[in-house]
Design a binder for this molecule. Structure first.
Ligand SMILES: [Fe+2]
Length: 184
């Protein structure tokens, strides 16, 4: 997406995501750091609150840059809003919308993270949660380690996952049931 065509709120999101990357680029994704991100960068902290407000506004005002590409109709949508770049410290930035209805757990596409994933969880419904390394996670962070593979699973309503991938790497070739890396 060319800068001159970029929605101003997407530009603001990139700016705040880059502030975050400057602080976390040396961390290694995994269970321990999932806890640390939730303690140090959770709701009520400036970067989280700014990113969550921009994402929520982008969706509710239909600004056309958050989760526009349908994977399973409107309930599962994804957009890579920024590729890995020097400005992003070589993280990609993607937004996913997932909606669980009634009492179901909704599953998206199985995938593997060659270098891990930093995932910012922004519920649109207060009760919405996503499965993380340590169980169900509402507002906050999940941080799957390198080589882990999973279904993205959501319950309790709709949420946005704003996720950052080192080098933009993600694989959709993994099979459910395969061994997980010993490090996690
Ligand atoms: Fe993932």
């Amino acid at each position: 997406m060319a800068d001159e065509n970029m929605h101003p709120n997407l530009q603001k999101l990139l700016s705040r995501a880059r502030d975050f990357f400057a602080e976390v680029e040396d961390l290694t994704p995994g269970k321990d750091l999932e806890k640390r991100l939730n303690e140090e960068y959770g709701a009520g902290t400036p970067i989280f609150d700014d990113m969550a407000a921009l994402i929520r506004r982008g969706v509710t005002s239909n600004e056309g840059w958050v989760t526009t590409d349908e994977l399973d109709g409107p309930r599962y949508r994804r957009t890579r809003v920024s590729p890995p770049s020097p400005e992003n410290r070589f993280f990609s930035i993607t937004t996913v919308y997932m909606s669980s209805e009634n009492d179901e757990t909704y599953r998206g596409q199985y995938h593997l993270h060659p270098y891990g994933e930093i995932n910012c969880v922004i519920p649109l419904d207060e009760s919405a949660q996503i499965m993380g390394m340590s169980g169900w996670q509402g507002t906050g962070w999940t941080f799957p380690g390198a080589g882990t593979h999973h279904y993205p699973e959501v319950r309790g309503g709709a949420l946005i996952a704003l996720f950052f991938l080192p080098a933009g790497r993600i694989s959709y070739k993994a099979q459910p049931g395969g061994p997980q890396p010993i490090s996690v």
